[in-house]
Design a protein around this ligand. Structure first.
Ligand code: SF4
Ligand code: SF4
Length: 379
């Protein structure tokens, strides 16, 4: 397993995490088998959004004393009303469900403000007692870090700019990234993606990733496979389907991403998910599929790493990520970004302009110019 820092929290998450939603309403033996396989694979991050008492208790029982070996993303505001899962901002209801989660797991590592997508969601969290409750949970040590979940880049940026959350669960896959932010991703989950909508990576989503990197907000990822549509020839907006490994790799190569949560419901599904770790660069390369949409990425780095190897060992995608942050406001480049850039063993200044990378970059990024610009803005 490989691990990454979750933003600035000081916690390290396995790059593959377990989304537990498919364990809901499953028998205990199946829950146990799946949790055992995850822990044996050294997965240390579990997402438990489901408000159902039984599934929460089964997961806790399956973990037993190994609870301390994993981190749990537990959601505040995820409730079960009238026998249906629902979002609630009604404080007594929110407390009832979250305090049950605390009772079962003892503490929650990442207390996630659940599902903040719309203006109404934002107001329901930040203009009511909800946010005071969340801050109190942190103050009391019941949750160790504050996070939130969202599917909307504009709202997510607003939430991050409150300065309260330390991390975020966000839906990331190539189709969602290319959907204009004026479209709501859930409108496309139940029906196909309309191909005419796509015009390259949506600038607002790009901005969100850069904001997360700048403010050191760790991202954990949901909807990696776009509800399965991206791996289906029939439903994909691309000319060919992506593989599961390519979808995971796409999410893990976005800026600020720490971990991809995969919904597994058996030992074999966990083992399939972690097979990602054994895959080679060729198998994980998603660029050909992305290009089959349209080549609107021209000149923009998508951080795919296809340009490597560089003869002087510059990590070109990483330099481009820092450069993209610097370009947001060249007069006020965040000192942390400069520190990260200066910490690279080799960087823009080492480019010998051999041009090897230019031939390999599928998106026509002016890499030699970028290396020089990075040096100018970040040194
Ligand atoms: S042009 Fe620069 S960045 Fe590209 S491969 Fe050569 S040395 Fe590396
Ligand atoms: S420069 Fe091109 S090949 Fe390299 S990471 Fe960026 S998009 Fe990919």
């Amino acid at each position: 397993m490989r691990y990454r820092e979750v933003g600035n929290t000081g916690r390290k998450a396995s790059i593959i995490g377990l989304g537990c939603e498919h364990l809901d309403k499953k028998p205990y033996e199946q829950v146990k088998e799946t949790i055992d396989a995850a822990l044996e694979s050294n997965i240390n991050l579990l997402d438990v959004f489901m408000p159902g008492k039984e599934v929460r208790e089964y997961i806790a029982k399956a973990l037993g004393p190994r609870r301390k070996d994993v981190m749990i993303q537990g959601h505040i505001g995820s409730t079960n009303l009238n026998q249906q899962y629902d979002i609630s901002r009604d404080l007594p209801t929110v407390k009832r469900f979250f305090e049950d989660l605390l009772r079962i797991f003892g503490y929650i590592d990442f207390g996630m403000m659940f599902f903040i997508d719309s203006e109404e969601d934002y107001k329901g969290v930040f203009e009511t007692g909800f946010i005071d409750y969340v801050l109190k949970l942190k103050q009391d040590g019941d949750i160790h870090h504050i996070g939130f979940s969202s599917h909307n880049p504009l709202t997510a940026m607003r939430v991050i700019n409150t300065g309260i959350p330390e991390m975020m669960l966000f839906s990331i896959n190539p189709a969602f990234d290319m959907l204009p932010s004026s479209e709501y991703v859930f409108d496309h989950v139940d029906k196909d993606f309309g191909k005419g909508l796509f015009r390259g990576i949506d600038p607002k989503r790009g901005e969100l990733y850069k904001l997360c990197q700048k403010k050191e907000i760790g991202i954990t990822v949901m909807k990696t496979l776009g509800a399965g549509k991206l791996i289906s020839l029939e439903h994909s907006p691309f000319e060919k389907p992506l593989t599961v490994g390519q979808c995971i790799h796409y999410a893990l190569t976005r800026p600020a991403v720490s971990s991809v949560m995969l919904g597994c419901q058996s030992r074999s599904e966990v083992l399939d998910a972690v097979r990602y770790l054994e895959m080679g660069d060729e198998e994980l390369d998603y660029t050909e599929v992305l290009k089959s949409l349209r080549n609107d990425f021209h000149g923009n780095c998508v951080y795919c790493g296809h340009c490597q190897p560089c003869p002087v060992d510059i990590d070109i995608a990483t330099v481009n990520k820092y450069l993209d942050i610097a370009r947001l406001d060249p007069e006020h480049v965040p000192s942390m970004t400069k520190t990260h850039y200066r910490g690279l063993a080799v960087s823009g200044k080492d480019c010998i302009a051999c041009g090897n990378c230019l031939v390999r970059c599928p998106f026509g990024v002016p890499i030699i110019q970028n290396m020089a610009e990075a040096e100018e803005l970040l040194r």
